[in-house]
Write a protein that binds this ligand. Structure first.
Ligand code: UDP
Ligand code: MG
Length: 313
């Protein structure tokens, strides 16, 4: 019987100080799985440290390890997309390189996939050690995402196993700015969930600044919901009604001869309407920027084949 094959896709960015310690742990775990052929494909997302040199050395040690290098740092989402497009196996597992996605779960994921599940998702029951503000922001983001898009992906992670048909459906989508977690959920294939607790990062530091996360949440929200645009219309109508009431009152007072100076009201109205208009323009601007990015049809990543340890297809 021909053995089924699985690729583990791992995006890496500036992990020179950590990858040599983390990768052997992943290989140690997949060694136990005998019934499937498992290969590992690392995607170097434009690291500026010695990650690529370290990867070359690791390839001499593990013959099922390959890597591709992106021309520059295109971001984790693009790196995942590149890895998925370069994998041709029966299933793909996407995971982080820093062991915050426990490799011990790989066997369990594969077992569920072999029972016929298309998407096996690992979800966080404990988000790991993080600041109160980060936790609060993450929770509010997922709440807002749920309200606006109607999809509950709270506590989901990028640690997922995808059957080939899911990978193909994902890669066939033409959009450039991608939110991996959201799109996989949106595709609606059969899925199973495995809980996990995020362990602390042992080596290296996270590459996500608060600003990067903030930008990423805007992309995620605007690519899954146009509700903010509709909220603007609603606010516009509300403002019109309030202005109508205040306007009528002002006219009434004027004709009754009891008009007050009204300075405060005018200032308040100008400020409220002015700021609402600015917010409205801002929200429309975010969507226009999104459309602009998509219509340019630029690729979301480029592979440097000369530096990669994988043959160009
Ligand atoms: N990563 C990437 N490109 C980036 C940032 C991160 O490929 O621009 C990789 C990183 O090397 C790691 C994974 O994505 O393997 C998760 O990143 P990190 O641990 O920094 O994120 P966190 O765990 O804090 O969400
Ligand atoms: Mg991490």
């Amino acid at each position: 019987m021909i053995k089924k094959t699985v690729t583990i896709v791992i995006p890496v960015f500036n992990e020179g100080g950590a990858i040599e310690k983390h990768l052997p742990v992943i290989f140690e775990n997949i060694k136990e799985i005998k019934e499937i052929n498992i290969g590992v494909l690392l995607v170097d997302d434009g690291s500026t440290d010695n990650t690529v040199e370290k990867l070359k050395k690791l390839c001499e040690r593990y013959n099922t390890l390959n890597f591709i290098c992106l021309n520059r740092n295109f971001g984790k989402e693009a790196a995942i997309h590149a890895g998925l497009q370069q994998s041709h196996d029966d299933a793909v597992i996407v995971m982080d390189s820093d062991l915050q996605h426990p490799p011990q779960l790989i066997g369990k994921m594969i077992a569920l996939w072999r029972q016929g599940i298309d998407v096996v998702e690992a979800y966080k029951v404990y988000r790991g050690k993080e600041s109160y503000l980060s936790r609060l922001m993450a929770h509010r983001f997922y709440d807002l995402f749920g309200i606006l898009s109607g999809m509950n992906i709270k506590n989901h992670s990028d640690f997922k196993l995808l059957d080939r048909k899911v990978v193909e459906a994902y890669c066939a989508m033409p959009e450039k700015k991608r939110f991996f977690r959201g799109i996989i959920h949106w595709l609606g294939f059969s899925s199973a969930q495995i809980p996990f607790e995020v362990p602390e990062r042992q080596h290296g530091v996270t590459a996500w600044s608060r600003f990067k996360l903030f930008k990423f949440s805007f992309t995620a929200l605007t690519s899954f919901s146009t509700a903010p645009l509709q909220i603007i219309t609603f606010l516009g109508v509300l403002c019109f009604i309030i202005s109508f009431i205040i306007g009528s009152l002002a006219l009434y007072h004027k004709y009754m001869g009891s008009a007050v100076s009204g300075f405060t009201t005018v200032i308040l109205l100008i400020l409220i309407i002015g700021s609402l208009l600015m917010i409205a323009l801002g929200v429309i601007g975010i969507y226009i920027a999104h459309i602009y990015d998509e219509v340019k049809r630029r690729p979301d990543y480029l592979i440097d084949w000369k530096r990669s340890h994988l043959n160009k297809p």
